[in-house]
Design a protein around this ligand. Structure first.
Ligand code: PMP
Length: 325
């Protein structure tokens, strides 16, 4: 018998997919970890599960309690599913710039959703800081605190990293991923480097995120912006502290859009915007390293979460990002 224990038992163990069109173009094996196949639809199910289990193990989250989080959407969706499965309440504070699809999904799942103005992290009313204060003021509530809670990267150190190692038989030359909290990048990097320090660990960064300049110069420069959601940062989170980074690659929105449309039209994969940054960086890296290398990245979530934006020709045209056909 092979039966999974509900939602929680179904998180992780995702396939590793060869991205055929880009692999053929570059002569490298470009492999994507199919995180959109998690039961809540994104890579964040893993972090949500570890954060809740960690709070339970520490006795911080008790029956009937509330999980509070500031999230761009996917972590909230993962938390909301797990809260339902485990009998907790869920309160999500989200920047009002995030897609309607994600807000609707959260409400459908029964989470209380509070959209707030999108202001930078240094502003005390930033959604992350607001969520921390809100949790503190409530009884029997925990703050998931995905950016600085190390249970997040631990999920990837204990599951995503080992899965990639096993699925490739250890034959990985490089690991490349964009960072939101940095949990995915960090956990996988730490695990793979322990197994083989020769594996390159490369940050993919959208325009307007500070990681690229940080890796290149040591300074955080956040000039510019991106239509991608859930990635990019203006600070080094606790999850990213002390994590090995060999280099960074910056990918602009035009390239990210080109990549997700190629994945759709040539590979039949319907992907979210951060996948455009990840696979765009994997392709750039393949060109830099030359043929014959194996490069692993993440397919974070599905395009269905961005139907009204990335897959809406009018919206793309308004942004000057309509791909050539
Ligand atoms: N892509 C998407 C679509 C996301 O929602 C997130 C999480 N915010 C990421 C990538 C980045 O994952 P992490 O937080 O583990 O860095």
């Amino acid at each position: 018998m092979d039966i999974k224990e509900g939602f929680v038992g179904t998180v992780g163990n995702t396939p590793l997919i060869r991205l055929n069109s880009f692999s053929e173009e570059t002569g490298c094996e470009i492999l994507g970890k199919a995180e959109f196949l998690n039961p809540g639809g994104s890579v964040k199910d893993r972090a949500a599960l570890y954060i809740i289990q960690d709070a339970e193990d520490k006795g911080l989250l008790k029956p009937g309690g509330t999980v509070v989080e500031g999230t761009a959407g996917n972590t909230g969706i993962g938390l909301a599913h797990i809260c339902n499965a485990k009998g907790y309440k869920c309160l999500i504070i989200i920047p009002e710039t995030q897609s309607q699809e994600k807000m609707d999904a959260l409400r459908t799942l029964g989470a209380e959703v509070r959209p707030v103005p999108a202001v930078p992290y240094k502003n005390p009313n930033n959604y992350v800081k607001l969520s921390g204060r809100t949790a503190k003021e409530m009884e029997n509530a925990i703050w998931a605190n995905q950016f600085d809670n190390l249970a997040n990267r631990q999920a990837h150190y204990e599951t995503t990293g080992p899965e990639i190692w096993q699925q490739t038989d250890g034959k990985v030359d490089a690991w490349v991923a964009a960072t939101g909290t940095g949990g995915t990048f960090a956990g996988v990097s730490m695990f793979l480097k322990e197994k083989n320090p020769q594996i390159k660990s490369i940050v993919a960064d959208p325009m307007g995120s500070g990681l690229y300049s940080y890796v290149k110069t040591g300074e955080i420069n956040t000039e510019g912006n991106s239509i991608t959601e859930g990635i990019g940062n203006s600070r080094i989170t606790a999850n990213m502290e002390g994590v090995p980074i060999d280099d960074a690659i910056q990918i602009d929105d035009k390239e990210a859009v080109r990549v997700i449309y190629q994945l759709l039209e040539k590979d039949g994969l319907f992907m979210g915007g951060s996948v455009g940054i990840n696979v765009g960086a994997a392709v750039a890296l393949a060109k830099e390293m030359g043929p014959g290398h194996t490069i692993v990245t993440v397919l974070c979530d599905s395009g269905s979460r961005y139907q009204s934006r990335l897959y809406n020709r009018e919206w793309l045209a308004q942004k000057g990002l309509l791909p050539e056909r």
